[in-house]
Design a protein around this ligand. Sequence first.
Ligand SMILES: Cc1ncc(COP(=O)(O)O)c(C=O)c1O
Length: 436
Amino acid sequence: MGCEDYLSLREKYVMKGVALFHPIVVEKGENAVLYDVNGRSYIDFTCGIGVTSLGHANRELVDTAIEQLKKLWHMCFMVVSYRPYIELARKLAEIAPGNSEKQVLLQNSGSEAVENAIKIARQVTGRTYIVSYENSFHGRGTYGYALSATGKYKPYKVGFDPLVPGVEFIPYPYCYRCPFKQEYPGCGLTCLEYLEKWFIHSRVPPERIAGVLIEMVQGEGGFVVAPGEYVKELKNFCEKHSILLIDDEVQCGWCRTGKMWAIEHYDVEPDIMVTAKAIANGLPLSAIVGRKDVMEKTYPGSFGGTYGGNPVSCAVALKVVEIMLRDKLSERSKVLGQIIRKRLNEMYEKYDLIGDVRGLGVMQAIELVKDRKTKEPAVEETLNVISKAREKGLLLLRAGLHLNVIRLHPPLTIEEELLSKALDILEESVREVATG
Ligand SMILES: Cc1ncc(COP(=O)(O)O)c(C=O)c1O
């Protein structure tokens, strides 16, 4: 059976609500290359949405998983303890951003991590409200806080209202499309002024806010990077009002931005950090890492789950940390990011279709517009570039409020020659669409 046969089976048996972006069926992967069931190969610039950062079928990770599978593959951590969970908790506490002592809770997905971070914030502060951002994404895997705190309506929230009350949204510092029509730098951070001088008087007073939930680089939002001073000022605001700063590193963590954690670019310590995706290179696992004095106040028995912190996932995550530190992958992310950025900047000079180039580390993106002055989103063109790239053997991802952003998620282990080939394909595809 080939791709088409499996896709028609998928259409017949899999619920329509799970959409499909690339109409291919993959059989296996090797580092940065995926092979479909017809035997065709593709360079994978998706990493299953920023997950397989150490490449597909990474030998060291496969061996680690097999070893752990032979010893113990499930035990509920609320029934008895096991080593990989405890060792991973210690490791995460050590490598988490900031100097305060930390404690950890392990779950299965990014959505669950966000759910639990918000539960912690509410339980520990005794306050109700969570402030989240427009154009943010915090998960659709759970009905509650993750989806409720996601700042985009379609497709994630369609038909699910009402969601969990007590989440309020403020504009993200999306400087290319500033909702306040300001230019950065030089705007004096009008968006933050809105929070400090307007929002807390008109919407929710600070003493009712449990936490502010923010992605340092919006992932699904189109790789929008928060400016440095914004995050520092936000931290000051949170400290002043005893509000917890909750850093969602699900997509931008694990060396993607050129540092282990994206928040390290800002020299700010979050009170709670949530992470998932690349943590175990694709085995289901997520973590909530919080300041010990916060985490210690949680009520025994009100957190957990049958599967959270699976032993095989934890063993692999420990290996992921070891490899990332041993092979200095944050540095590699920086170097690969510079190569990518240089090529994207060159494309920007050549093609007016590209309105903005942005990102940190390998997390780079281009936003496509019909006109650089009006910034009208080039939605169809974005899809055309992506499908042309796929025809030429490169898998890309779309993102953004208007779905006109092409975001790059290559593995950190990609060979430079292959990276360069992928960027050639991207450029060829942009050129073909830009020149009609
Ligand atoms: C920033 C962010 N938070 C949370 C999530 C939800 O993670 P999951 O899909 O593992 O539930 C995602 C997923 O893309 C994400 O990008």
